[in-house]
Design a protein around this ligand. Structure first.
Ligand code: PEP
Ligand code: MN
Length: 285
């Protein structure tokens, strides 16, 4: 057996399909579906987040994102609104009916995040925070596990193994680029990771073209490449006014560019016979 036992295809031949219940039809992440998570890097204020949530819903996004706890390289950068921002996420979720994904950096925030969050994101910098992974393993909630800045595929799958082994089988992998010698891009996107993960593992894999490139004009082409390579969806950053964003403005799409991009991804999903939006359409899995 592979070192990552429960994450491997040998352990489970059929693809893991993750269903997120909403008041309307469930949103699904996994093989055969193409699901779009979109939103600003960080929740900056109530007005802009609620406006963005409505814009994204109208554009066809399936899941909202928005960080309250931001892992910033410098302690002087905007680190997110923290727990006071939870009511904003709660409102966005209520107003749109869309599920929400947000990052958990510290197990001490679990109480605050658990109830209002549909997907808990473990960020790149925490991919090997083993105590956090172990806590995620105890939950019955989808966990989006981003690839570490310099993590090999095996290290990444072993990080997923911590969650699976703890009893939580709802793990979504997310490729977000790795650090290489190249400096023109923020990271080097590893599209090859998509078919490789599909071969090695039954877990769903998404791609984040925003952090993977660091440049807004690379986001749509890389998102298309990811879906063409077989990714189960995309996580993308969108901001009303990227130049004024408190974090990651350079890689954020405007709402207009997001609308264009999601149309392209829908066409690609159709071409690949993937159900766009991950909506089940009454099909059982
Ligand atoms: C994010 O998605 O907001 C984020 C910080 O990404 P990463 O952990 O991939 O850097
Ligand atoms: Mn970001």
């Amino acid at each position: 057996m592979k070192p990552f036992k429960m994450a491997s295809r040998e352990y489970r031949e059929s693809d893991t399909i993750i269903e997120i219940k909403t008041a309307a039809q469930p949103v699904i992440i996994g093989e055969g579906y193409c699901t779009i998570i979109a939103g600003p890097c960080a929740v900056e204020c109530r007005e802009s987040y609620i406006e963005m949530a409505k814009l994204l819903q109208a554009a066809g996004a399936h899941i909202l994102r928005g960080g309250l706890f931001k892992p910033r390289t410098s302690p002087y950068s905007f680190k997110g609104l923290g727990s006071p921002g939870i009511d904003i996420i709660r409102e966005a979720r209520r107003v749109t009916g869309l599920p929400v994904a947000t990052e958990i950096m510290d197990v001490r925030d679990l109480d605050v995040l658990y109830e209002t969050t549909d997907i808990l994101q473990v960020g790149s910098r925490n991919m090997q925070n083993f105590s956090l992974l172990q806590e995620m393993g105890k939950l019955d909630k989808p966990v989006l596990l981003k690839r570490g800045l310099s993590a090999t595929i095996e290290e990444w799958l072993l990080a997923a193994e911590y969650i699976l082994n703890g009893g939580n089988d709802k793990v979504i992998l997310c490729e977000r680029g790795i650090r290489t010698f190249e400096t023109y891009t923020r990271n080097t996107v590893d599209i090859g990771a998509v078919p490789l993960i599909k071969h090695l593992s039954h877990l769903p894999i998404m791609v984040d073209p925003s952090h993977a490139t660091g440049k807004w004009y690379m986001v749509a082409p890389v998102a298309r490449a990811a879906i063409a390579a077989g990714a189960d969806g995309i996580m993308v950053e969108v901001h009303q006014d990227p130049d004024k964003a408190l974090s990651d403005g350079k890689q954020s799409l405007t709402p207009e560019n997001f609308r264009k991009t999601i149309k392209e991804l829908e066409d690609l999903a159709q071409l690949g016979k993937k159900q766009f939006g991950g909506f089940s359409n009454g099909k059982s899995n």
